[in-house]
Design a protein around this ligand. Structure first.
Ligand code: CO
Ligand code: CO
Length: 311
């Protein structure tokens, strides 16, 4: 692991965001860029913002400022599209408590958009991916399926009406879930993004030097995800994630190929995976209910060496 001496690095590469001590303040720093997954520029801008600030929430922090990074072909996209894109982003950043304070754009044949986000975190609230303890319970705050559904809809393999559920989920900030986790005394957290639930759970298991047991029938999936995954209608990323995670994952016989792929689906602006001492569940539950948010208990933490057991 990369080590940086004498510079106040509290969390280095390998977690959702870097954490850096400046005087008495812990700064949280992260960057994320994605390619379009929806047609409407305003909606895509807002999803990009929600996705980029998520890593700060996953650390138990508060995002404060954002710098936009935009790549697009000026001959294909006029100023009106870019204006809508930025408006969507700025509105979502404000909801998150952050300000857009600048950015950079570059000519690029493939459209790309994202943010470098800076925030702060209180030492007592810091949630690393490592830190889960045997006996903790695992909660997940959003259903899986953004990768499978957006790619299936694009290929005409699923009805467009399914898109609303996906978009609403991607637009939902992890702000309230993060606060709920902190208030409930969570020991570890990470957001489920490109490596899928399995990939991010494995990172938590390795970082915490424990094993995670996940009950696949308790993992929330968006509508039609189970059927699409069973039919093999999944993005390449899901197959790659599953291949990568298989080495350190024991699947029980009850979990079929479709189930494994659904758990490996790459997410955009996915939910938080949180390791919570069981005595914190009541507090977590009431904080989530107050924010009118749902979550599921999907498993537990057991002694181990950084592996997953999927039942
Ligand atoms: Co992350
Ligand atoms: Co990230």
């Amino acid at each position: 692991m990369y080590k940086c001496k004498n510079l106040g690095v509290v969390v280095g590469p390998g977690d959702d965001a870097g954490v850096f001590r400046y005087k008495d303040t812990l700064m949280v720093e992260t960057v994320d860029i994605i390619t379009p997954i929806v047609d409407d520029p305003y909606t895509f801008g807002a999803i990009c913002a929600a996705n980029s600030v998520s890593d700060v929430f996953a650390m138990g922090g508060k995002p404060l400022t954002a710098l936009a990074i935009l790549g697009f072909a000026t001959c294909d996209f006029g100023p009106e599209v870019i204006k809508r894109l930025l408006k969507g982003a700025v509105d979502k950043l404000h909801e998150a408590g952050a300000c857009l304070i600048g950015g950079h754009s570059i000519e690029d044949n493939e459209f790309k958009f994202g943010f470098a986000v800076s925030g702060v975190v209180e030492r007592k609230n810091l949630l690393k991916a490592g830190g889960a303890k045997p006996g903790d319970i695992l909660v997940l705050t959003k259903a899986l399926g953004t990768g499978i559904l957006t790619s299936a809809i694009k290929k005409g393999k699923a009805e467009k009406t399914l898109l609303k559920e996906v978009i609403d989920s991607m637009l939902l900030l992890n702000k309230t879930a993060s606060k709920a986790a902190v208030s409930a005394g969570a020991r570890a957290a990470t957001d489920v993004t490109g490596f899928g639930l399995l990939g991010h759970a494995l990172n938590m298991a390795k970082g915490s030097k424990i094993n995670l047991v996940i009950h696949s029938n308790k993992v929330p999936l968006m509508s039609k995800v189970k059927e699409l995954a069973a039919a093999g209608a999944v993005p390449k990323g899901a197959v790659k994630n599953l291949e990568f995670c298989s080495r350190n994952t024991i699947f029980s016989e009850a979990v079929n190929e479709g189930g494994k792929l659904a758990l490996s689906d790459p997410q955009t602006s996915g939910g938080l995976l949180i390791a919570l001492p069981s005595k914190g569940l009541n507090k977590f539950d009431s904080a989530m209910k107050k924010g009118r948010l749902t979550y599921r208990v999907i498993g537990e933490v057991v002694k181990g060496t950084g592996k997953l057991s999927i039942k």
